[in-house]
Design a protein around this ligand. Structure first.
Ligand code: SAH
Length: 452
Protein backbone atom coordinates (compact mmCIF):
# COMPACT_ATOMS: atom_id res chain seq x y z
CA UNK A 1 0.00 0.00 0.00
CA UNK A 2 1.27 3.43 -0.96
CA UNK A 3 1.17 5.86 1.98
CA UNK A 4 1.00 9.61 2.18
CA UNK A 5 4.29 11.24 3.21
CA UNK A 6 6.28 8.03 2.67
CA UNK A 7 9.38 7.88 0.50
CA UNK A 8 9.81 5.35 -2.28
CA UNK A 9 12.18 4.50 -5.11
CA UNK A 10 10.42 4.55 -8.45
CA UNK A 11 11.31 4.16 -12.10
CA UNK A 12 9.59 6.57 -14.48
CA UNK A 13 8.11 4.72 -17.46
CA UNK A 14 6.11 7.28 -19.33
CA UNK A 15 4.92 10.90 -19.57
CA UNK A 16 1.35 12.00 -18.82
CA UNK A 17 -0.48 14.48 -21.04
CA UNK A 18 0.61 17.39 -18.84
CA UNK A 19 4.27 16.38 -19.23
CA UNK A 20 4.55 14.83 -15.76
CA UNK A 21 6.44 11.55 -15.25
CA UNK A 22 4.41 8.40 -14.68
CA UNK A 23 5.60 5.33 -12.81
CA UNK A 24 4.17 2.55 -10.65
CA UNK A 25 4.61 1.28 -7.11
CA UNK A 26 3.14 -2.21 -6.77
CA UNK A 27 0.95 -1.51 -9.77
CA UNK A 28 -0.38 1.77 -8.32
CA UNK A 29 0.00 4.81 -10.65
CA UNK A 30 2.20 7.64 -9.41
CA UNK A 31 2.62 10.99 -11.17
CA UNK A 32 5.93 12.73 -10.58
CA UNK A 33 6.41 16.30 -11.69
CA UNK A 34 9.65 16.68 -13.71
CA UNK A 35 10.27 12.94 -13.83
CA UNK A 36 11.11 11.59 -17.28
CA UNK A 37 11.11 8.07 -18.71
CA UNK A 38 14.26 6.22 -17.68
CA UNK A 39 14.75 8.17 -14.41
CA UNK A 40 15.23 6.22 -11.20
CA UNK A 41 13.98 8.55 -8.47
CA UNK A 42 13.51 8.74 -4.77
CA UNK A 43 10.14 10.41 -4.27
CA UNK A 44 7.87 11.42 -1.44
CA UNK A 45 4.09 10.97 -1.76
CA UNK A 46 2.37 14.37 -1.48
CA UNK A 47 -1.14 13.58 -2.71
CA UNK A 48 -2.91 10.26 -2.34
CA UNK A 49 -6.16 9.50 -4.16
CA UNK A 50 -8.09 6.31 -4.73
CA UNK A 51 -6.66 5.59 -8.18
CA UNK A 52 -3.37 7.45 -8.20
CA UNK A 53 -0.87 9.44 -6.16
CA UNK A 54 1.40 12.41 -6.78
CA UNK A 55 5.00 12.29 -5.65
CA UNK A 56 7.71 14.92 -5.43
CA UNK A 57 11.33 14.21 -6.36
CA UNK A 58 13.55 13.95 -3.27
CA UNK A 59 16.62 12.67 -5.09
CA UNK A 60 17.53 11.61 -8.60
CA UNK A 61 19.08 8.18 -7.96
CA UNK A 62 19.91 7.49 -11.61
CA UNK A 63 19.06 10.09 -14.25
CA UNK A 64 17.50 9.09 -17.55
CA UNK A 65 19.89 9.41 -20.47
CA UNK A 66 17.45 11.98 -21.90
CA UNK A 67 17.80 14.24 -18.87
CA UNK A 68 19.57 17.62 -19.31
CA UNK A 69 20.07 20.66 -17.14
CA UNK A 70 17.46 23.21 -18.27
CA UNK A 71 18.86 26.37 -19.88
CA UNK A 72 16.34 28.50 -18.02
CA UNK A 73 17.15 29.35 -14.38
CA UNK A 74 13.43 29.39 -13.48
CA UNK A 75 12.59 26.00 -15.02
CA UNK A 76 12.26 24.17 -11.71
CA UNK A 77 9.46 26.36 -10.35
CA UNK A 78 7.91 27.98 -13.40
CA UNK A 79 4.76 26.38 -14.77
CA UNK A 80 5.38 27.64 -18.31
CA UNK A 81 7.66 24.86 -19.57
CA UNK A 82 7.10 21.27 -18.51
CA UNK A 83 9.81 19.48 -20.51
CA UNK A 84 12.91 21.69 -20.48
CA UNK A 85 14.80 19.10 -18.43
CA UNK A 86 14.53 16.67 -21.37
CA UNK A 87 16.69 16.76 -24.54
CA UNK A 88 14.78 18.31 -27.44
CA UNK A 89 15.10 15.05 -29.39
CA UNK A 90 13.47 13.10 -26.55
CA UNK A 91 10.68 15.72 -26.30
CA UNK A 92 9.93 15.24 -30.00
CA UNK A 93 10.02 11.45 -29.82
CA UNK A 94 7.73 11.53 -26.82
CA UNK A 95 5.21 13.81 -28.55
CA UNK A 96 5.15 11.47 -31.53
CA UNK A 97 4.51 8.47 -29.31
CA UNK A 98 1.86 10.32 -27.32
CA UNK A 99 -0.20 11.40 -30.34
CA UNK A 100 -0.11 7.87 -31.72
CA UNK A 101 -1.13 6.36 -28.39
CA UNK A 102 -3.92 8.93 -27.80
CA UNK A 103 -5.46 8.44 -31.23
CA UNK A 104 -5.47 4.66 -30.79
CA UNK A 105 -6.68 4.60 -27.17
CA UNK A 106 -9.34 7.32 -27.26
CA UNK A 107 -10.46 7.18 -30.89
CA UNK A 108 -9.50 3.67 -32.02
CA UNK A 109 -7.80 5.49 -34.88
CA UNK A 110 -5.03 3.52 -36.54
CA UNK A 111 -3.36 5.79 -39.04
CA UNK A 112 0.04 6.81 -40.33
CA UNK A 113 1.69 9.27 -37.94
CA UNK A 114 4.41 11.20 -39.75
CA UNK A 115 7.52 12.13 -37.69
CA UNK A 116 6.85 15.41 -35.86
CA UNK A 117 8.30 18.53 -37.50
CA UNK A 118 10.51 20.16 -34.86
CA UNK A 119 12.48 23.41 -34.74
CA UNK A 120 16.16 23.78 -35.52
CA UNK A 121 16.53 26.23 -32.65
CA UNK A 122 13.75 25.54 -30.14
CA UNK A 123 14.20 28.71 -28.03
CA UNK A 124 13.01 32.31 -28.34
CA UNK A 125 10.12 31.27 -30.56
CA UNK A 126 7.07 32.80 -28.85
CA UNK A 127 5.67 36.01 -30.30
CA UNK A 128 3.30 36.55 -27.40
CA UNK A 129 3.94 36.89 -23.65
CA UNK A 130 1.36 37.15 -20.89
CA UNK A 131 2.86 37.83 -17.49
CA UNK A 132 0.75 38.31 -14.34
CA UNK A 133 1.85 40.82 -11.69
CA UNK A 134 1.67 40.30 -7.95
CA UNK A 135 3.21 41.23 -4.63
CA UNK A 136 5.67 39.34 -2.45
CA UNK A 137 5.79 41.45 0.68
CA UNK A 138 6.68 44.93 -0.56
CA UNK A 139 8.24 43.69 -3.80
CA UNK A 140 6.37 43.60 -7.10
CA UNK A 141 6.60 40.27 -8.89
CA UNK A 142 6.23 39.85 -12.66
CA UNK A 143 6.42 36.46 -14.28
CA UNK A 144 4.61 33.20 -14.73
CA UNK A 145 2.47 31.11 -12.44
CA UNK A 146 4.13 28.32 -10.52
CA UNK A 147 3.07 24.82 -11.48
CA UNK A 148 -0.43 24.13 -10.25
CA UNK A 149 -0.85 27.43 -8.38
CA UNK A 150 -1.30 31.16 -8.81
CA UNK A 151 1.92 32.03 -7.01
CA UNK A 152 4.04 34.11 -9.36
CA UNK A 153 7.60 33.07 -10.20
CA UNK A 154 9.38 36.42 -10.54
CA UNK A 155 11.39 36.49 -13.77
CA UNK A 156 13.59 38.91 -15.67
CA UNK A 157 13.37 37.03 -18.94
CA UNK A 158 11.71 34.07 -20.58
CA UNK A 159 13.86 31.88 -22.83
CA UNK A 160 11.06 30.62 -25.06
CA UNK A 161 9.88 34.19 -25.62
CA UNK A 162 11.52 36.38 -28.29
CA UNK A 163 14.46 38.27 -26.73
CA UNK A 164 12.80 41.72 -26.42
CA UNK A 165 10.67 40.54 -23.49
CA UNK A 166 13.55 41.37 -21.14
CA UNK A 167 13.34 45.06 -22.01
CA UNK A 168 9.57 45.08 -21.60
CA UNK A 169 9.68 43.45 -18.16
CA UNK A 170 12.45 45.86 -17.10
CA UNK A 171 10.42 48.85 -18.36
CA UNK A 172 7.38 47.69 -16.38
CA UNK A 173 9.41 47.37 -13.18
CA UNK A 174 10.77 50.89 -13.65
CA UNK A 175 7.31 52.35 -14.35
CA UNK A 176 5.83 50.75 -11.22
CA UNK A 177 8.68 52.02 -9.08
CA UNK A 178 8.40 55.58 -10.37
CA UNK A 179 4.60 55.83 -10.56
CA UNK A 180 3.77 53.83 -7.43
CA UNK A 181 0.92 52.21 -9.40
CA UNK A 182 -0.82 49.59 -7.27
CA UNK A 183 -0.79 45.89 -8.17
CA UNK A 184 -4.00 43.90 -8.47
CA UNK A 185 -4.60 41.28 -5.81
CA UNK A 186 -6.50 38.23 -7.05
CA UNK A 187 -7.83 37.34 -3.62
CA UNK A 188 -9.20 40.75 -2.63
CA UNK A 189 -9.94 42.15 -6.09
CA UNK A 190 -8.14 45.38 -5.08
CA UNK A 191 -5.29 47.12 -6.92
CA UNK A 192 -4.79 48.32 -10.50
CA UNK A 193 -2.21 46.51 -12.66
CA UNK A 194 -3.11 42.90 -13.50
CA UNK A 195 -1.07 41.63 -16.44
CA UNK A 196 1.79 42.71 -18.67
CA UNK A 197 1.33 41.32 -22.17
CA UNK A 198 3.35 41.69 -25.34
CA UNK A 199 3.20 40.78 -28.99
CA UNK A 200 6.13 40.86 -31.34
CA UNK A 201 6.19 40.58 -35.12
CA UNK A 202 9.09 38.43 -36.30
CA UNK A 203 9.35 39.85 -39.81
CA UNK A 204 8.83 43.59 -39.13
CA UNK A 205 10.10 43.63 -35.49
CA UNK A 206 6.96 45.60 -34.49
CA UNK A 207 6.33 45.39 -30.75
CA UNK A 208 2.98 45.87 -28.97
CA UNK A 209 2.71 46.15 -25.20
CA UNK A 210 -0.67 45.54 -23.56
CA UNK A 211 -1.14 46.53 -19.93
CA UNK A 212 -4.21 45.00 -18.33
CA UNK A 213 -5.68 47.11 -15.54
CA UNK A 214 -8.69 46.84 -13.27
CA UNK A 215 -10.05 50.25 -14.30
CA UNK A 216 -9.25 53.12 -16.64
CA UNK A 217 -6.89 54.80 -14.24
CA UNK A 218 -3.23 54.92 -15.34
CA UNK A 219 -1.02 57.04 -13.10
CA UNK A 220 1.72 59.11 -14.78
CA UNK A 221 0.76 58.05 -18.27
CA UNK A 222 3.37 60.34 -19.87
CA UNK A 223 6.11 58.79 -17.77
CA UNK A 224 4.93 55.31 -18.76
CA UNK A 225 5.19 56.16 -22.44
CA UNK A 226 8.60 57.75 -21.93
CA UNK A 227 10.00 54.71 -20.10
CA UNK A 228 8.64 52.14 -22.57
CA UNK A 229 9.65 54.04 -25.71
CA UNK A 230 13.15 54.52 -24.34
CA UNK A 231 13.64 50.93 -23.16
CA UNK A 232 11.85 48.91 -25.83
CA UNK A 233 13.31 48.94 -29.36
CA UNK A 234 10.70 48.49 -32.08
CA UNK A 235 7.82 49.59 -29.83
CA UNK A 236 4.91 50.53 -32.11
CA UNK A 237 1.96 50.37 -29.77
CA UNK A 238 0.95 50.55 -26.11
CA UNK A 239 -2.59 49.44 -25.35
CA UNK A 240 -4.38 49.57 -22.01
CA UNK A 241 -6.91 46.77 -21.64
CA UNK A 242 -9.55 47.14 -18.94
CA UNK A 243 -10.59 44.04 -17.02
CA UNK A 244 -12.70 44.83 -13.95
CA UNK A 245 -13.98 41.30 -13.46
CA UNK A 246 -12.88 38.92 -10.71
CA UNK A 247 -11.80 36.18 -13.09
CA UNK A 248 -8.90 34.10 -14.38
CA UNK A 249 -9.51 35.40 -17.90
CA UNK A 250 -6.68 37.77 -18.72
CA UNK A 251 -8.34 40.34 -20.97
CA UNK A 252 -11.43 42.50 -20.65
CA UNK A 253 -13.31 43.81 -23.67
CA UNK A 254 -12.23 47.44 -23.67
CA UNK A 255 -8.94 48.63 -25.18
CA UNK A 256 -7.56 52.16 -24.87
CA UNK A 257 -4.65 53.15 -27.07
CA UNK A 258 -2.01 54.88 -24.97
CA UNK A 259 0.66 55.19 -27.64
CA UNK A 260 1.26 54.51 -31.34
CA UNK A 261 -0.74 52.18 -33.56
CA UNK A 262 -3.81 50.03 -32.88
CA UNK A 263 -2.30 46.93 -34.50
CA UNK A 264 1.03 45.42 -35.38
CA UNK A 265 1.93 43.82 -38.71
CA UNK A 266 3.59 40.47 -39.34
CA UNK A 267 3.97 38.02 -42.22
CA UNK A 268 3.57 34.29 -42.64
CA UNK A 269 5.12 33.40 -45.98
CA UNK A 270 4.22 36.32 -48.25
CA UNK A 271 0.83 36.99 -46.63
CA UNK A 272 0.71 40.12 -44.51
CA UNK A 273 -1.30 40.16 -41.29
CA UNK A 274 -2.48 43.11 -39.24
CA UNK A 275 -3.06 41.84 -35.73
CA UNK A 276 -5.25 43.48 -33.07
CA UNK A 277 -4.46 43.17 -29.35
CA UNK A 278 -7.13 40.55 -28.64
CA UNK A 279 -7.09 38.51 -31.87
CA UNK A 280 -5.71 34.99 -31.91
CA UNK A 281 -2.45 34.58 -33.83
CA UNK A 282 -0.36 31.39 -33.71
CA UNK A 283 2.24 32.01 -30.98
CA UNK A 284 5.14 30.40 -32.85
CA UNK A 285 5.71 32.47 -36.00
CA UNK A 286 8.51 30.36 -37.57
CA UNK A 287 6.57 27.11 -37.13
CA UNK A 288 3.29 28.69 -38.32
CA UNK A 289 4.65 28.63 -41.82
CA UNK A 290 5.61 24.96 -41.44
CA UNK A 291 2.08 24.27 -40.15
CA UNK A 292 0.28 26.22 -42.88
CA UNK A 293 2.49 24.78 -45.64
CA UNK A 294 1.45 21.31 -44.52
CA UNK A 295 -2.21 22.38 -44.60
CA UNK A 296 -1.65 23.61 -48.18
CA UNK A 297 0.01 20.32 -49.02
CA UNK A 298 -2.88 18.25 -47.60
CA UNK A 299 -5.48 20.56 -49.20
CA UNK A 300 -3.90 19.97 -52.63
CA UNK A 301 -6.19 22.54 -54.25
CA UNK A 302 -6.71 22.91 -58.00
CA UNK A 303 -8.39 26.33 -58.01
CA UNK A 304 -11.97 25.07 -58.34
CA UNK A 305 -12.73 24.42 -54.70
CA UNK A 306 -14.99 26.10 -52.18
CA UNK A 307 -13.13 26.08 -48.88
CA UNK A 308 -14.45 26.55 -45.34
CA UNK A 309 -12.03 27.84 -42.71
CA UNK A 310 -13.87 27.14 -39.46
CA UNK A 311 -12.46 28.73 -36.26
CA UNK A 312 -10.49 31.03 -38.56
CA UNK A 313 -9.12 33.68 -36.14
CA UNK A 314 -7.75 36.55 -38.24
CA UNK A 315 -8.21 34.42 -41.35
CA UNK A 316 -4.66 33.16 -41.48
CA UNK A 317 -5.23 29.65 -42.88
CA UNK A 318 -8.03 30.73 -45.24
CA UNK A 319 -5.96 33.58 -46.67
CA UNK A 320 -2.97 31.27 -46.99
CA UNK A 321 -5.16 28.95 -49.11
CA UNK A 322 -7.21 31.58 -50.98
CA UNK A 323 -4.94 32.03 -53.98
CA UNK A 324 -5.25 28.34 -54.78
CA UNK A 325 -9.03 28.10 -54.19
CA UNK A 326 -12.17 29.33 -55.92
CA UNK A 327 -13.62 30.75 -52.75
CA UNK A 328 -12.90 30.79 -49.02
CA UNK A 329 -15.48 31.24 -46.26
CA UNK A 330 -14.14 31.85 -42.75
CA UNK A 331 -16.12 31.60 -39.51
CA UNK A 332 -14.94 32.97 -36.18
CA UNK A 333 -16.42 33.87 -32.80
CA UNK A 334 -14.40 37.00 -31.94
CA UNK A 335 -15.60 40.05 -33.83
CA UNK A 336 -12.29 41.89 -33.61
CA UNK A 337 -10.57 38.89 -35.26
CA UNK A 338 -13.15 38.84 -38.08
CA UNK A 339 -12.56 42.54 -38.71
CA UNK A 340 -8.84 41.78 -38.90
CA UNK A 341 -9.54 38.88 -41.30
CA UNK A 342 -11.48 41.16 -43.67
CA UNK A 343 -8.80 43.83 -43.50
CA UNK A 344 -6.12 41.20 -44.09
CA UNK A 345 -7.93 39.97 -47.19
CA UNK A 346 -8.00 43.56 -48.47
CA UNK A 347 -4.34 44.42 -47.79
CA UNK A 348 -3.26 41.21 -49.55
CA UNK A 349 -5.56 41.95 -52.47
CA UNK A 350 -7.45 38.69 -51.90
CA UNK A 351 -10.97 39.06 -53.27
CA UNK A 352 -12.35 35.53 -52.97
CA UNK A 353 -12.52 35.31 -49.16
CA UNK A 354 -15.51 36.11 -46.93
CA UNK A 355 -15.61 36.09 -43.15
CA UNK A 356 -18.52 35.74 -40.74
CA UNK A 357 -18.75 36.44 -37.01
CA UNK A 358 -20.53 33.97 -34.77
CA UNK A 359 -20.40 30.59 -33.14
CA UNK A 360 -19.40 27.92 -35.65
CA UNK A 361 -22.07 25.61 -34.21
CA UNK A 362 -24.75 28.18 -35.20
CA UNK A 363 -23.27 29.54 -38.41
CA UNK A 364 -22.20 26.32 -40.14
CA UNK A 365 -25.68 24.70 -39.92
CA UNK A 366 -27.17 28.02 -41.10
CA UNK A 367 -24.82 28.28 -44.09
CA UNK A 368 -25.59 24.65 -44.98
CA UNK A 369 -29.34 25.34 -44.80
CA UNK A 370 -28.87 28.25 -47.19
CA UNK A 371 -27.22 25.89 -49.67
CA UNK A 372 -23.59 26.85 -49.13
CA UNK A 373 -21.28 23.88 -49.48
CA UNK A 374 -17.58 23.12 -49.32
CA UNK A 375 -15.24 20.80 -51.21
CA UNK A 376 -12.67 21.21 -48.48
CA UNK A 377 -13.27 22.04 -44.83
CA UNK A 378 -10.40 23.22 -42.63
CA UNK A 379 -11.14 23.26 -38.90
CA UNK A 380 -8.82 24.65 -36.25
CA UNK A 381 -10.84 24.60 -33.02
CA UNK A 382 -9.79 25.56 -29.47
CA UNK A 383 -8.74 22.82 -27.02
CA UNK A 384 -12.25 21.51 -26.48
CA UNK A 385 -12.41 20.45 -30.13
CA UNK A 386 -15.29 20.80 -32.61
CA UNK A 387 -18.85 21.21 -31.40
CA UNK A 388 -20.90 18.18 -32.41
CA UNK A 389 -23.21 20.39 -34.48
CA UNK A 390 -20.23 21.43 -36.58
CA UNK A 391 -19.22 17.79 -37.15
CA UNK A 392 -22.81 16.77 -37.86
CA UNK A 393 -23.21 19.49 -40.50
CA UNK A 394 -19.87 18.62 -42.06
CA UNK A 395 -20.98 15.03 -42.48
CA UNK A 396 -24.22 16.19 -44.15
CA UNK A 397 -22.33 18.58 -46.40
CA UNK A 398 -20.07 15.73 -47.54
CA UNK A 399 -16.86 17.60 -48.40
CA UNK A 400 -14.38 15.27 -50.10
CA UNK A 401 -11.70 16.31 -47.70
CA UNK A 402 -11.33 17.69 -44.19
CA UNK A 403 -8.08 19.07 -42.82
CA UNK A 404 -8.21 19.19 -39.03
CA UNK A 405 -5.65 21.35 -37.20
CA UNK A 406 -5.71 20.42 -33.52
CA UNK A 407 -4.00 21.65 -30.36
CA UNK A 408 -5.41 18.80 -28.25
CA UNK A 409 -4.85 15.14 -29.20
CA UNK A 410 -7.69 13.93 -26.92
CA UNK A 411 -10.44 15.96 -28.60
CA UNK A 412 -8.88 15.27 -32.01
CA UNK A 413 -9.20 11.52 -31.31
CA UNK A 414 -12.85 11.96 -30.26
CA UNK A 415 -13.71 14.02 -33.36
CA UNK A 416 -11.87 11.70 -35.76
CA UNK A 417 -13.79 8.76 -34.28
CA UNK A 418 -17.07 10.63 -34.93
CA UNK A 419 -16.10 11.23 -38.56
CA UNK A 420 -14.79 7.68 -39.09
CA UNK A 421 -18.14 6.29 -37.96
CA UNK A 422 -19.83 8.38 -40.65
CA UNK A 423 -18.01 7.67 -43.87
CA UNK A 424 -14.67 9.41 -43.39
CA UNK A 425 -11.19 7.97 -43.03
CA UNK A 426 -8.10 9.50 -41.39
CA UNK A 427 -5.45 9.11 -44.07
CA UNK A 428 -2.49 10.51 -42.18
CA UNK A 429 -1.55 12.85 -39.35
CA UNK A 430 1.37 15.24 -39.12
CA UNK A 431 2.37 16.59 -35.69
CA UNK A 432 4.16 19.96 -35.77
CA UNK A 433 6.06 21.18 -32.72
CA UNK A 434 4.57 24.62 -32.13
CA UNK A 435 5.42 24.63 -28.41
CA UNK A 436 8.95 23.29 -27.70
CA UNK A 437 9.74 22.59 -24.00
CA UNK A 438 6.04 22.43 -23.15
CA UNK A 439 3.82 19.37 -23.17
CA UNK A 440 1.49 20.83 -25.84
CA UNK A 441 1.07 18.96 -29.12
CA UNK A 442 -0.21 20.43 -32.38
CA UNK A 443 -1.34 17.99 -35.06
CA UNK A 444 -2.77 18.20 -38.56
CA UNK A 445 -4.99 15.37 -39.75
CA UNK A 446 -5.94 14.64 -43.35
CA UNK A 447 -9.40 13.11 -43.54
CA UNK A 448 -11.09 11.89 -46.70
CA UNK A 449 -14.60 10.78 -47.58
CA UNK A 450 -14.72 7.08 -48.34
CA UNK A 451 -18.34 6.76 -49.51
CA UNK A 452 -20.16 9.28 -51.68
N1 SAH B 1 -7.12 29.21 -37.54
C1 SAH B 1 -6.65 30.34 -36.78
C2 SAH B 1 -7.15 30.40 -35.35
C3 SAH B 1 -7.23 29.12 -34.56
S1 SAH B 1 -7.49 29.30 -32.81
C4 SAH B 1 -5.15 30.45 -36.87
O1 SAH B 1 -4.45 29.53 -37.31
O2 SAH B 1 -4.61 31.50 -36.51
C5 SAH B 1 -9.16 28.94 -32.59
C6 SAH B 1 -10.08 30.10 -32.90
O3 SAH B 1 -11.42 29.65 -32.67
C7 SAH B 1 -9.89 31.34 -32.04
O4 SAH B 1 -9.72 32.46 -32.88
C8 SAH B 1 -11.22 31.46 -31.25
O5 SAH B 1 -11.63 32.79 -31.06
C9 SAH B 1 -12.17 30.73 -32.16
N2 SAH B 1 -13.39 30.14 -31.54
C10 SAH B 1 -13.51 29.62 -30.29
N3 SAH B 1 -14.74 29.09 -30.12
C11 SAH B 1 -15.42 29.30 -31.28
C12 SAH B 1 -16.76 28.98 -31.72
N4 SAH B 1 -17.62 28.36 -30.92
N5 SAH B 1 -17.10 29.33 -32.98
C13 SAH B 1 -16.23 29.96 -33.80
N6 SAH B 1 -14.97 30.29 -33.43
C14 SAH B 1 -14.56 29.97 -32.19
Amino acid sequence: MVELGQKYIIEIEDLGHKGEGVGRIQGFTIFVDQGIPGDLLQIQIKVLKRNYARGEIVKIVQPSEDRVRPKCPYAKNCGGCQLMHMTYRAQLDNKNARIKETLERLGKIKTKVEPILGMEDPYRYRNKGQFPLGKMGEETTIGLYQKGSHNIVDIDKCLIQEPGNENIIAAMREYIKISGASIYNEATGKGLIRHLCMRVAFKTDDVMVIIVTKNKNIPQKEKLIEIFTKKVPGLKSIIQNINGAKTNVIFGRENIKLYGKEKITDYIGDIKFNISPLSFFQVNTPQSQVLYDKVVDYADLTGNENVFDIYCGIGSIGLYLARKAKKVIGVELVEEAVKDARENARINNIKNAEFYTGRAEDLIPQLYKEGTYADLVVVDPPRKGCDERVLETMVKMKPKKIVYVSCNPATLARDLAYLEERGYKTMEVQPVDMFPHTAHIETIALIQREIS
